[in-house]
Design a protein around this ligand. Structure first.
Ligand SMILES: [Zn+2]
Length: 191
């Protein structure tokens, strides 16, 4: 038999049709997947926004922003300390000598961190506390940025901002000294 060029062309055409159908099905399936993902994402977002966040005790709902977002939200000197792990000059902070009763909150996200009842005069030039309001509200990390010593960095548990360091040379009853940058905190006087 001689090959039938028309049949061959027909086969090619038919194969093309099958491929086009496959591509169409693939696009439809991909579209469904995208829509399903978007719906799931919306549900997740709704769950996050509807869940109650607490400024008093960290409940696991972290505040996540890009560094560029933080840069637009914070004054430059606060951004330097909170987001770039900087240290303010000793005795330069406004809250170092503050003795009023009240609560010290995270300068970036507002989570309650320290209380005036735990504040003491360490003479270091930075606000010093011998305890935190709630252990859940701060996170600790090993800091090897100084060659001379290994320090323990203290961060806000909710937004991950740098606050300062904690040392074990504080007063009783804890023996701890939370050495915190004044600019990393905001003070809410007791009413
Ligand atoms: Zn925070």
């Amino acid at each position: 038999m001689y090959p039938n060029p028309h049949k061959k062309r027909a086969y090619n055409t038919c194969q093309g049709t099958v491929m086009r159908m496959r591509i169409t099905v693939a696009i439809v399936l991909a579209s469904i997947a995208v829509v399903a993902t978007a719906v799931t994402g919306q549900r997740a977002a709704k769950t996050n926004t509807s869940a109650k966040t607490s400024d008093v005790v960290f409940n696991g709902l972290e505040i996540v922003k890009t560094e560029e977002e933080w840069r637009t939200l914070l004054p430059p000197e606060a951004f330097y300390v909170l987001r770039q792990k900087g240290t303010e000059r000793a005795f330069a902070g406004k809250l170092t000598e503050n003795k009023r009763p009240g609560v010290y909150i995270c300068g970036a996200c507002g989570l309650h961190l320290f209380s005036s009842i735990h504040k003491f005069d360490s003479g270091t030039g930075w606000p010093s506390f011998y305890d935190v309001i709630h252990k859940k509200n701060v996170r600790e990390e090993v800091d090897n940025s100084l060659k001379s010593e290994t320090r323990t960095e203290v961060l806000c548990a909710r937004c991950g901002s740098h606050l300062g360091h904690v040392f074990d040379d504080g007063p009783e009853p804890t023996g701890l000294r939370y050495c915190i940058n004044s600019i990393a905190l905001k003070f809410i006087p007791k009413r």
